[in-house]
Write a protein that binds this ligand. Structure first.
Ligand code: SAM
Length: 319
């Protein structure tokens, strides 16, 4: 991996274990990042190939170097994973032997990578002063500056409340609007600090954490992309193939949990009027492999603090 892009794969052993029993074929790593998980998997399973997707140019550059030793077992594509259905066609067009075109796994390791957070100029971090950017894909128009400077106060409050789960969202939104135009992450941190009452500021980590998360998720359409990518992924899989998702906060994990319950037929049936017979349930698409999400062990929590909030869920496609 290039020195500038160091991201330690979270739950690496568990991810590989979940994919050891899949048939030979192609795994789509929908968030290839620095190629950490992809490299572990390609080492563990010589009969697998990987299509790696990432919308961040720096991630594609880093994984190109990190995965070069696997030659034509790897294809990397700079795109959003909401385009996964179109990208999966690559597996068929570059088929080498009979089964290599089968999609036998899809991995989503959500959120930001360590280098995205660590490089101040990307504007993701509240620890340094940088332009308000926060785009994972620098080709898109919407930036954090545009969100904070052009959304109405009500829109901002909704974003900060819903995506950041910030109790003081309305006060923070009002303070942002009062100080416009904001130019840097430092300007945004200052507005948030004034918006949050002093007593609350002293609790629960950095006061800007929740608002930064919210604006980042809005800029990158993280939840809509997740819904789109997930919904397509299950239909790409061959029987016995698996979808794995590593989610880092409750909003993402809730989406994954509900989708997996729907696909596996384990979601509670919607209440119907008493005399009506229950609506017929569609045949399950998958079986759940994780009734409860997998969490990191003590050793990983100590050695890689970024793993602390992760939840891994997995399903297997039925015939
Ligand atoms: C946590 S990192 C993945 C790290 C990777 N598993 C590894 O071991 O190196 C998440 C990556 O997903 C990418 N990403 C996030 N949302 C995406 C999306 N909707 N489409 C494509 N890539 C996305 C980010 O740019 C980032 O590089």
């Amino acid at each position: 991996m290039s020195e500038a892009f160091v991201h330690r794969p979270v739950l690496g052993r568990e991810v590989v274990e979940f994919l050891t029993s899949v048939p030979a074929g192609t795994v789509i790593d929908a968030t290839v990042g620095g190629g950490g998980h992809a490299g572990l998997l390609l080492d563990a399973r010589p009969d697998l190939r990987v299509i790696g997707i990432d919308r961040d140019e720096a991630a594609i550059a880093a994984s190109t170097v990190a995965l070069a030793r696997f030659g034509d077992r790897v294809r990397l594509v700079r795109a959003g994973f909401s385009e996964i259905a179109d990208i999966a066609v690559i597996a068929k067009t570059t088929e080498i032997s009979d089964h290599q075109g089968d999609i036998v796994g899809v991995l989503f390791d959500l959120g930001v990578s360590s280098p995205q957070l660590d490089r101040a100029e990307r504007g993701f971090s509240y620890w340094s002063d940088a332009p308000l950017d926060m785009r994972m894909d620098a080709r898109q128009d919407l930036t954090a500056a545009e969100v904070v400077n052009t959304y109405t106060e009500a829109e901002l409050a909704t974003v900060i409340a819903e995506l950041g789960e910030e109790r003081f969202a309305r006060r923070v939104a009002a303070e942002i609007v009062r100080r416009r135009p904001l130019e840097t992450t430092g300007d945004l941190v200052d507005a948030i600090k004034v918006g949050i009452p002093a007593a609350a500021r002293r609790r629960g980590g950095h006061p800007a954490r929740r608002t930064f998360q919210a604006i980042r998720m809005e800029v990158n359409r993280e939840l809509p992309s997740l819904r789109e990518g997930l919904d397509d992924s299950v239909h790409l899989l061959t029987p016995g193939g698996r979808v794995l998702v590593l989610a880092y906060h409750s909003l993402e994990d809730r989406i994954v949990k509900h989708r997996f319950a729907d696909w596996s037929g384990t979601a509670p049936a919607p209440s119907t009027a008493r005399r009506l017979p229950p609506a017929p349930q569609p045949a399950p698409l998958v079986r759940l492999l994780t009734r409860k999400p997998v969490r990191p062990g003590e050793a990983e929590l100590v050695s890689n603090p970024r793993s602390s909030s992760v939840r891994l869920r997995a399903v297997e496609r039925l015939a």
